[in-house]
Write a protein that binds this ligand. Structure first.
Ligand SMILES: [Zn+2]
Length: 312
């Protein structure tokens, strides 16, 4: 039996309902497999404009037969519900909180209460956690994933889960304030933050790829039967460099996804509205372009280019 937040699901059954902190219901599917096994928690759209995970989670909820499942699935189809309906890129509109930066949360804000809800009510059930993201509405992104790197055992277990997915670029995260950062680096739960799709688009190919990743991971965790399928080789990167805008202006990127960088390579430049160059942005180290802003506006402090550095 799976019991969470007062909901009970018998072995071999599923339940669709809403769960969340007081006043913030989120659509959820709970599946209790007929056989014992691991409990996997999946969250989609903690950033409300990163759509590709939600159709994949909806499909997984529809197509998983509880009678053939070993263990439990706790699926959050959409976390940032209010941001979704306001058409926002990422943050919780009530307080501009970032669910990938406000953990472990608290009771004084909506985003804090959502984070605290996951810490208190959801993560204690989890043997593993997958958090589905994508590039933002103003970004292009090459598929990648972040995994916790603080504790050696958690790091190895997370990387093993990553090995089942068909995503090539795996980046170590030492965050303790994001959802996966807190669950992995503080609570010790093997976790992945996965990234597919971008630009505020809901493309079927991205959701289909996410659905396949989820199926591959379920099989890898021994929760479903079937033979493993071939997946891409993995590249492990020690860290990502997040280049942000030094001031407001017009942004002209000079990179493409996957482009290899040498120290000093031009990443893009900004201009003012009179066409005068404000600043050139250059790579500080060798690496590869993982995602970048394509929107025209450079906003002080907001991300322009993210590139990954090779593991040492
Ligand atoms: Zn995100």
């Amino acid at each position: 039996m799976l019991e969470i937040c007062g909901k009970r699901v018998e072995a071999g059954k599923a339940l669709q309902c809403e769960l969340g902190p007081e006043g913030y219901p989120m659509p959820v599917t709970l599946i209790c497999g007929a056989k014992p096994g691991k409990t996997l928690v999946v969250t989609a759209q903690i950033h409300s404009g990163e759509y590709a995970g939600t159709p994949a989670v909806i499909r997984l909820a529809e197509e998983t037969d509880p009678g053939c499942l070993s263990g439990n699935l706790i699926l959050f189809h959409l976390v940032n519900v209010t941001g979704f309906y306001e058409g926002l890129n990422a943050y919780i509109p009530e307080d501009h909180g970032n669910l990938n930066g406000c953990y472990p949360g608290g009771e004084n804000s909506v985003s804090g209460r959502i984070a605290a809800f996951f810490v208190r009510e959801v993560f204690p059930h989890a043997d593993a956690l997958l958090d589905l993201h994508g590039g933002g509405m103003n970004e292009k992104l090459a598929p990648c994933l972040f995994f916790p790197g603080v504790d050696e055992k958690v790091r190895a277990a997370s990387l093993e889960i990553a090995s089942y997915a068909d995503i090539p670029d795996c980046i170590i995260s030492r965050s303790v304030s994001g959802e996966v950062g807190y669950a992995g680096n503080v609570m010790g739960i093997p976790s992945l933050l996965l990234e597919r799709g971008y630009g505020g688009l809901n493309r079927k190919e991205w959701s289909d790829a996410y659905y396949r990743d989820l199926c591959l991971i379920l099989r890898g965790l021994g929760m479903t039967d079937g033979m493993p399928e071939p997946v891409c080789e993995k590249n492990v990167y020690d860290r990502a460099v997040y280049l942000s805008a030094g001031e407001n202006g017009l942004w002209f990127p000079a990179v493409e996804l996957g482009q290899r960088l040498k120290p000093g390579d031009l990443l893009g430049h900004t201009e003012d509205f009179w066409g005068r160059k404000l600043r050139e942005y250059r790579a500080e180290a060798a690496g590869k372009v993982q995602y970048f802003r394509f929107a025209m506006n450079a906003v002080k402090g907001h991300n322009l280019v993210t590139y990954v550095l090779d593991a040492e």
